[in-house]
Design a protein around this ligand. Structure first.
Ligand code: SF4
Length: 378
């Protein structure tokens, strides 16, 4: 039986009658064999509205944001990361439009990104397609103003600003903090390093956390999103298991994509704050009756009833704890230091610092300009 997550009807803030209907393209897909996924993704692309060829012009620099997991090395069959066959199929469609494709994710916290590329199957995708595989940290990053009062800025990889078009290649799974990790959540990874962890620590409340996720999605602005539900991890934190769902989706409306995904896996009665806030700020529609599905008879598609993720514990923090937590993650946050006793002066940290805040100095081996350091922790 699904775990008892709160079931609250979705709220809307913007008047619905002001909104156009959303369109999601869908194709059935039962396995990750390359030729099978390729056919499914092509069908999704063929039914996209507006068509992909109108979003991407010949010669455009396109950045594809994959999901390569956030800790350790990930096997594609674990279904935590974007499957390489799915990514390859998306890249092939982009190349057909004449795009110059770069793809990647922020995997630099382990400082072994090439191993992660190999383990997640991304090196092979780069080899087969000729697309450039890039490390989000090595490309550098910059602070970008969001739409919220707090946090005001995000440290976003430069690859986002170097691209003409962003494509979101998301993977769907159950995840306690957001219930459904889908198209909206995937762009969170455009923010560099431990800044993501700080957002987790600053925003315990799932609604507030989702508000920030949506804000980052608005900042990065993918032109089109894809979502893979061929198989999906259910019951995160309760009884994680990989279940067949048999679906790949695509749309210019990431909120509609996640909303349809929630219906496909039986999460439609749960409160999915990313979709609620996404709808509220005008990012897209979370009203199922305003979403039209192309390429697949939606009513005939057999919806699944996956196990719900573990509910987030409700925190009753005292005012003192709230203030302390806020201070510990802002003014009193830990800052990076050079361990001069053990530093070998290899320069690896300086070459990977995304903002060039680590420099060789005449008196010390290396030093960090803390005024310039945005605490990425990379
Ligand atoms: S010095 Fe600051 S910005 Fe540079 S890598 Fe270290 S934590 Fe990141």
């Amino acid at each position: 039986m699904p775990s008892p997550l709160p079931e609250v009807p979705a709220r809307t803030v913007v008047r619905e009658d002001m909104r156009p209907s959303a369109c999601v393209s869908a194709a059935q897909n039962d396995c990750h064999a390359r030729e099978v996924v390729s056919a499914a993704v092509r069908s999704v692309v063929d039914h996209l509205e507006p068509p992909l060829s109108s979003l991407i012009r010949r010669g455009d620099r396109v950045l594809v944001k994959a999901n390569m997991g956030c800790s350790g090395f990930r096997n594609p069959e674990d279904r935590v990361t974007s499957h390489p066959a799915y990514l390859e199929a998306i890249i092939e469609c982009l190349l057909d439009c004449g795009a110059r494709v770069t793809f990647g994710d922020d995997v630099a916290r382990t400082a072994q990104y090439q191993r992660i590329w190999h383990k997640t199957g991304m090196s092979e995708v780069a080899k087969r397609t000729g697309a450039r595989l890039a490390d989000f940290v090595q490309a550098g990053g910059r602070e970008v103003r969001g739409f919220l009062q707090f946090p005001k800025t995000y440290l976003i990889t430069n690859l986002v600003f170097d691209a003409d078009v962003i494509v979101n290649a998301a993977n769907c799974r159950s995840l306690s903090k957001v219930v459904l990790s889908g198209a909206i959540k995937n762009m969170f990874g455009a923010m560099l390093g431990l800044r993501k962890l700080r957002i987790h620590q600053l925003f315990f409340d799932p609604s507030e956390f989702a508000r920030v996720i949506v804000d980052i999605h608005r900042v990065v602005k993918p032109s089109v999103s894809f979502l893979d539900l061929t198989t999906v991890i259910e019951g995160q934190g309760v009884a994680d298991a990989i279940r067949p769902v048999g679906l790949i989706l695509g749309s210019t409306d990431a909120v509609a994509l996640d909303t349809l995904a929630a219906h496909a896996i039986g999460y439609d009665r749960l409160t999915i704050w990313t979709s609620i806030h996404g709808n509220a700020v005008g990012l897209g529609s979370n009203q199922i009756d305003r979403i039209s599905v192309r390429g697949l008879k939606w009513n005939s598609f057999e919806k699944k009833r996956l196990l719900y993720p573990e509910p987030e514990p409700s925190y009753r923090e005292s005012l003192t704890d709230q203030v302390t937590r806020r201070l510990n993650n802002t003014i009193l946050r830990p800052r990076p230091v050079i361990a001069s006793q053990t530093c070998t002066a290899c320069g690896a940290c300086a070459s990977r610092c995304p903002v060039g805040a680590i420099r060789r100095s005449p008196h010390e081996k290396f030093s960090i300009d803390l005024d310039q350091c945005p605490d990425c922790g990379c």
